[in-house]
Design a protein around this ligand. Structure first.
Ligand code: UT7
Length: 331
């Protein structure tokens, strides 16, 4: 059976840097509060005219150039996002058009912060089954256009950033490399602990003026509840992956936790008894970019830590749904 390897990664963040200081001009908050509670120093927000699928396109192009592939080498697209350019169709189709690869299937998934690992799991299954040999997996988000950037929405607004990460996944016969396993979970009892209520097809009509007034168009979060589940479920799902593959935390070259909050990453690290050099965080620069956060951090970590072929890499995520997931792979 072929193994699924990451042939190349590519990322793209908007040019516009929004510092904590800048946010203090729009809402009652402070650099100190944001840094202490989340570790975030700045994030990137798009300017008008740059959409989710534009960020994804640039990330994909960079990955293609790095791998030496043509867009026409891609046999399938998996696109993870919660912030599509339009209600439908999904951004996978827009990316397909922008890459100029008509006919190539585009699967859109919306598993929020766990989207990249859910997507990796699907790509791995496709590649192992022989259905496709080359898959483009993208995690991309534009949060900034959907945030309540007033004091009312400050608990959520200060956290989220825009960005995209792409991974080119390829079938390989090298037994020393590739995805070892993926582990996916969801618990919909908590669906309304972190969600955007409206607009939605459950409402008649689905868009109503009151939605602007009652703020139901903005993401809402029971922050402490999300926090508590994240610090429990992320270590648990990493241990599940380690157990399944008969390896230990000491064997991990690097863990990439979803960048939800630096405090969460630190608690996950402590819970798993990992050294500082075994965990990579870059939420300080980008905030929480949901489906994009893992590829954004993974690309940086691979370069900065000199991850070598065969090194054990762990990915872990937790987010809205609730969903959570992990993956273990040999680089
Ligand atoms: O990626 C998806 C998963 N998301 C997460 O994992 C996020 C998990 N949750 C968190 O990271 C944290 O809960 C937050 C960073 C969102 C909030 O931190 P917290 O320590 O849970 O704060 P809190 O919501 O309990 O609020 C504490 C206080 C409140 O004031 P009072 O009631 O004590 O007077 C808030 O109104 O902090 C206030 N507050 C703020 N103050 C300044 C909330 N947001 C802000 C803000 N600036 N941006």
């Amino acid at each position: 059976m072929p193994r699924t390897v990451i042939a190349a990664l590519g990322t793209c963040v908007p040019d516009q840097v929004i510092t904590n200081e800048e946010l203090t001009r729009r809402m009652e908050t402070s650099d100190e509060w944001i840094r202490q509670r989340t570790g975030i120093q700045e994030r990137r927000w798009v300017k008008e005219g740059q959409g989710n699928s534009d960020l994804a396109l640039e990330a994909a192009r960079r990955a293609l150039a790095r791998a030496g592939w043509q867009a026409s080498d891609v046999e399938a697209i998996i696109y993870a996002t919660l912030s599509t350019d339009h209600m439908f169709p999904g951004d996978g189709c827009f990316l397909n058009a922008k890459l100029g690869i008509p006919g190539v299937p585009a699967l859109d998934i919306r598993n929020q912060c766990s989207g990249f690992i859910y997507g990796l799991s699907i790509a791995d299954a496709w590649i192992k089954s022989g259905q496709y040999r080359r898959v483009l997996l993208v995690g991309s988000e534009v949060h900034s256009t959907g945030l309540d950037v007033t004091t009312r929405g400050r608990d959520v607004a200060v956290i989220f950033g825009d960005g995209a990460g792409a991974a080119l996944l390829e079938a390989s016969d090298d037994p020393a490399r590739g995805v070892l396993s993926t582990h996916l979970h969801a618990d919909g009892r908590f669906a309304k602990e972190l969600w955007t209520d409206a607009p939605g097809s459950i409402y008649h009509p689905r868009v109503q003026p009151r939605m602007l007034e009652d703020a139901s168009i903005f993401p809402r979060m029971e922050g402490q509840k999300v926090f508590k589940h994240a610090i429990t479920k992320m270590p648990e799902v990493v241990r599940e992956a380690l157990g399944k593959n008969g390896v230990a935390t000491k064997d991990i070259k690097v863990l990439i936790p979803h960048q939800a909050n630096l405090r969460i990453s630190e608690m996950v690290q402590r819970s798993l008894e990992l050294r500082d050099d075994q965990v990579w965080n870059n939420i300080q620069k980008y905030g929480n970019t949901t489906a994009a956060s893992i590829p954004l951090a993974l690309e940086e970590a691979v370069g900065a830590l000199g991850v070598q072929r065969g090194d054990l890499v762990a990915l872990a995520a937790f987010g809205a749904g609730f969903t959570w997931a992990s993956a273990l792979l040999r680089w």
